[in-house]
Design a protein. Structure first.
Length: 203
């Protein structure tokens, strides 16, 4: 009996050691097809994936439809998308706390040097720059203003463009929609302009 338990424990220990790959970032040729497979399933059931659309759903649930016509729709038809958001939150928590050995982002050393020159000493050592996204930033007037304006622009842009980066770049391009292609090009152009021209002026 004890021998069998010992053998089973050894077996599971060996299996866990063989799963070291789960703690490493997955390459594009694994993650990409997985995303494509999910998009294929959504297309088969007539669903359009997007994260920002859940904000509209949550506003509708809270009663915003009583004041604004934009929020008057059957939010129950979007319950599946709320489940996706919940899954993303749970998955992110599990990935960050149990399946990650390193929370840093692998970025080019020159980029790290440039960011540190702008005051982001956490560059290359954390997933998000703690100088801007730590709770202490809420007590800094400049950082709080930047976060507020940035959030406003993100919300306005997602509404004006009819979707966010995930909705257009993943779902929209999967549907071969020309507006999504234009939106994605705009994302990249705006990102380049921001990081090369505006970002250095702000920091």
């Amino acid at each position: 009996m004890l021998l069998n338990i010992g053998e089973n424990c050894c077996y599971f220990a060996v299996q866990i050691r063989k799963m070291d790959w789960i703690y490493e970032p997955w390459p594009w040729y694994i993650a990409g097809p997985m995303i494509a497979f999910v998009m294929f399933l959504l297309l088969m059931v007539g669903k359009n994936f997007g994260m920002s659309s859940n904000l509209r759903t949550m506003c509708t649930i809270c009663g915003a439809g009583n004041k604004v016509n934009f929020f008057k729709f059957d939010w129950k038809s979007q319950k599946w998308n709320l489940v996706v958001v919940l899954g993303a939150i749970i998955g992110g928590f599990i990935g960050a706390h149990y399946l990650s050995t390193d929370t840093a982002v692998a970025i080019h050393p020159d980029t790290i040097s440039d960011l540190k020159a702008l005051g982001f000493d956490s560059a290359g050592a954390s997933y998000l720059p703690i100088e801007l996204f730590d709770t202490d930033a809420l007590w800094d007037a400049k950082k709080l203003l930047l976060l507020s304006i940035g959030g406003l622009f993100v919300g306005f842009g997602a509404r004006y463009a009819g979707g966010c980066t995930s909705g257009h770049a993943i779902s929209g391009l999967s549907n071969l929609q020309l507006p999504s292609l234009i939106a994605v090009l705009g994302f990249f152009i705006g990102g380049l302009l921001m990081i090369h021209l505006i970002f250095p002026l702000l920091f």
